[in-house]
Design a protein around this ligand. Structure first.
Ligand code: ADP
Ligand code: MG
Length: 348
């Protein structure tokens, strides 16, 4: 089979790298556009273009080299995606990305579908927090550009709200919930409307960064079904094409709440690389390149651990067993809390 589709990928981090690796198997050519000249995906893609995300010669080169464009992270300026969409297909659709990168729009969308989230309000000033004391203890989250817990502040009481706070951006305040568990559902939707989804994945966070994911998730049949149905509903209402991830909270009272939507493959889905016949990355490429869906089959139960910061130095030296799969993202510099690699372990 010769290479017949050229897939443009915006973003050169580990998700882009893992996507490019999956593309090799499908004989899809990958062209990565990254604003980080050290972006690790350059070691995994076919062509790497380093450029700011703006209208320039490099963007023209990128557009000329690709048939379809996707992205590995959601915080891309909407206008930039729109500009590309005028010339080449961009999937998932930029209008969906616009919603998913804005917590207010995202939660409004989910609530309108009749799906529960934490109680929340939009916040533009310290005064707005005072008017919504019923949400304390709560978490103030920057409305846009947050990830791995960045831009989040716990507000236990009004004492934590400083008089002189000057809001330079907008926020949402959401009630802090007592979490029993967190799960995610990774779902692919194809151009013909076919849905292909994985069983819910159970996630453990440390310091708001994903620490561990596992299947099967230890949840009731009802939560299992409701989580899948919510993910299907969201994908269908977006007329989504590609892989989408829905993060859920399960509260102490067994309520299922949507936490957030990622319009992409997800860290919690990394175990699909080995634990299923078709990974989340392969599913995404198949959907956006219109290669057709294939039935998903589980190969093994599994656990995935993120390798953060300087932990990578020990992992690089380690010998792994037959049931262990280590992925080194080949990032130039370890930094505390930075995702450097991951390890998936098959479990019975
Ligand atoms: P990010 O965009 O950084 O992933 P999230 O909103 O998913 O932000 O928050 C990161 C993590 O912080 C969640 O996975 C959860 O563990 C914790 N968290 C966030 N919001 C709440 C909340 N309202 N109540 C309890 N824990 C929360
Ligand atoms: Mg999250």
């Amino acid at each position: 089979m010769s290479k017949f589709i050229r897939l443009g990928v915006i973003g050169g981090g580990q998700l882009g790298s893992l996507l490019c690796t999956a593309a090799k198997k499908l004989k899809v050519e990958t062209i990565v556009l990254s604003d980080d000249k050290d972006g690790p995906a350059q070691k995994f893609c076919d062509h790497f273009i380093y450029s700011k995300y703006e209208n320039n010669e490099k963007l023209k080169e990128f557009i000329s080299k690709v048939d379809v464009v996707t992205y590995e992270f959601e915080n891309i300026p909407f206008n930039f995606l729109n500009l590309i969409e005028k010339e080449k297909k961009v999937l998932p659709y930029p209008k969906i990305n616009k919603i998913a990168q804005n917590r207010k729009l995202e939660k409004t969308f989910v609530n309108k579908l009749g799906i529960n989230t934490t109680n929340w309000v939009y916040i533009k000033s310290a005064e707005d927090i005072k008017k919504n004391q019923q949400l304390l203890p709560g978490i103030l989250k920057s409305n846009t550009l947050g990830y791995d817990g960045k831009g989040q502040f716990v507000i236990n009481s009004l004492d934590d709200v400083k008089q002189n706070w000057c809001f330079t951006s907008d926020y949402i305040l959401e009630k802090k919930v007592n979490l029993k568990k967190e799960i995610s559902v990774v779902i692919a939707r194809y151009i013909d409307g076919t849905l292909s989804y994985y069983e819910p994945i159970e996630n453990v966070h440390k310091d708001q960064i994903l620490y561990k994911s596992k299947i099967p998730a230890d949840i009731s049949d009802k939560i299992f079904k409701d989580a899948i149905n919510n993910a299907k509903k969201i994908a269908e209402n977006f007329s989504y094409i590609g892989v989408l991830t829905v993060e859920f909270f399960i509260t102490e009272n067994d309520e299922l709440l949507v936490n957030e939507i990622a319009p992409r493959f997800h860290n919690s889905g990394h175990l699909t690389i080995e634990a299923f016949n078709i990974s989340q990355f392969e599913n995404h490429i198949r959907a956006v390149c219109d290669l057709g869906s294939k039935p998903i089959k589980k190969i093994s139960n599994a656990e995935m651990y993120n390798v953060l910061g300087f932990e990578i130095q020990d992992f690089k030296k380690k010998a792994f067993k037959k049931n262990e799969f280590f992925h080194d993202y080949l990032k130039k510099e370890p930094r505390a809390g930075r995702k450097m690699g991951h390890l998936t372990i098959f479990k019975d």
